[in-house]
Design a protein around this ligand. Structure first.
Ligand code: NAD
Length: 457
């Protein structure tokens, strides 16, 4: 929302079950549990997107009512109302659903003793606070820590916990780290990096249960193959699922893969007054054939929320939501970015021994995805533009030899095209409604300067 805009009373209400207003969730797994990790209000939305810091006073100034610590317990889509655990019922004109995801817990797979003390997940700030307590305890105990899962949480949390001087074992079922994105070449680099930092990797193993120390707390992780790993602190990152329960039978939902609430290219659900954004939105991926896609990433949360908010205010003015998939991570002093899709044949480039390398993916003769470790701002922008434009690929050898030069040249050549392609919002525009992330966003936007809508209690 621009500085000049302000809602009228009762025009915009946000309902969120957490006790704090929206914040930058990526901070949780990258830094929150470091010794002297960041604290709120240091990482409120939407500083990560380059925007204003939205502390509680920000919402007040803008005339937005933000109900923290409030859970939406039911939604009546036909009757256009939301009821909360505080016994309130709010009617609305337009509703934005941004309910996000929940961690998949290991009891879902029938893991034994999955609820013992000392087993942690990380999704919100309350989880981060509990994990910080667990870390303090583990430091005074055996210092043996197991991180379950070789994806985003597994990699970032292992890195975040290392400065505590704990003995960390990372266990996962795949043959390599981050197998959903990393090629064997890329994974080999990070695996060595992690091992050099003292982290033990156990590949090809599922955590099937936990051993009880006798006092209701964990003492070991049990592996499906029969082994055990001692641990008095366990952190699990075994994936996430979209929070769609409130809308069962009321909105069109998609089964697993991709799951979520089905939307059109304007992020409108099967009810035209209800929009879905962030992790739960299964939107048509117009860049890749139009099939439904769910993106669990903060960039999509920002951009989809901003897009849907402006659609709610001025329907039909934005064209289609045109999202270029983007992922990034930071572990230790490493930082990588990926744009596009990792489909087709990977082509490694650069020098892993020098820590500067990447990969392209060629599909159907075109470069459709690009990954880069330790890229500068310009270099990351070049790989982003390659993934946006999808230029014809030279031979694998030539592409590998050209490395980053290919991205730089291709992006220079297509600069004019790229200026109007790719994500529909710049990141500064994207911050308009970052407030929706992780919250439940009840929007009553009017078309002209937020005047025509209202909500009633
Ligand atoms: P993920 O899908 O990235 O990784 C899950 C991992 O857990 C996989 O390796 C999987 O095989 C493994 N696993 C599942 N069951 C297991 C078991 N019983 N034993 C051992 N391993 C098991 O999911 P995540 O790391 O939990 O992250 C959840 C979501 O959080 C992501 O989808 C992402 O949206 C978000 N996230 C993103 C970032 C980022 O973008 N940098 C960072 C943190 C979290």
């Amino acid at each position: 929302m621009g500085a000049e805009m302000r809602c009228q009373a009762r025009e915009l209400l946000i309902i969120g079950k957490e006790n704090v207003v929206s914040y930058e969730r990526p901070t949780l797994s990258k830094a929150y549990c470091k010794p002297e990790g960041p604290k709120l209000p240091g990482f409120h939305a939407c500083v990560g997107g380059g925007g204003e810091k939205q502390e509680p006073a920000w919402y007040k100034e803008k005339g937005i009512e933000y109900l923290t610590g409030t859970t939406a317990t039911s939604v009546d889509i036909k009757g256009k109302s939301v009821s909360t655990d505080k016994g309130q019922k709010y009617s609305y004109d337009k509703l934005m659903v941004a309910t996000g995801s929940t961690n998949i817990t290991l009891d879902t797979f029938g893991a034994k003793n999955a609820k013992l003390n000392g087993i942690f997940y990380l999704r919100d700030i309350a989880d981060g606070d509990k994990l910080n307590e667990g870390i303090a305890k583990a430091k005074n105990a055996s210092k043996e820590v197991v991180v379950v899962g070789g994806g985003y949480i597994g990699m970032e949390v292992s890195s975040m916990l290392t400065p505590h001087g704990l003995n960390i074992t990372l266990v996962f079922p795949e043959d390599r780290l981050m197998s959903r994105l990393f090629t064997p070449d890329i994974a080999a680099y990070y695996e060595k990096y992690y091992q050099d930092k003292g982290i033990k990797l156990i590949k090809g193993e599922l955590a099937s249960g936990f051993a009880d120390a006798g006092d209701g707390s964990v003492k070991a992780v049990e592996l499906k193959s029969g082994g055990t790993i001692p641990a008095d602190l366990v952190v699990v990152g075994a994936g996430a699922k979209p929070n769609v329960d409130l809308f069962e039978g009321q909105l069109d939902l998609l089964e697993d893969k991709p799951g979520g609430i089905k939307t059109n290219a304007q992020l409108q659900t099967s009810n035209p007054d209800v929009y879905a954004v962030g992790d739960i939105a299964a939107f048509p991926q117009t860049l890749y054939g139009g099939g439904p896609s769910r993106q669990e990433h903060v960039q999509h949360a920002r951009l989809s929320a901003a897009f849907a908010a402006s659609e709610m205010m001025a329907p039909g003015k934005r064209g289609d939501y045109n999202y270029l998939p983007f992922f990034y991570s930071r572990e230790f002093d490493r930082a990588w970015q990926f744009y596009g899709i990792n489909q087709g044949e990977p082509v490694f480039f650069g020098d892993a021994s020098a820590g500067k390398f990447g990969s392209y993916w060629i599909d159907d003769g075109k470069v459709v995805g690009a990954f880069l470790e330790s890229g500068s701002g310009d270099e990351n922008n070049a790989i982003k533009q390659v993934a946006t434009v999808r230029p014809s690929a030279p031979s694998k050898d030539e592409l590998s030899k050209a490395g980053l030069d290919f991205a730089t040249k291709a992006s220079q050549k297509s600069a004019a095209t790229v200026a109007s392609a790719g994500n529909s919002f710049s990141s500064s525009q994207a911050c308009v409604d970052m407030a929706v992330i992780g919250g439940f966003f009840l929007a009553a936007y009017g078309f002209r300067k937020l005047r025509t809508m209202h909500y009633n209690r």
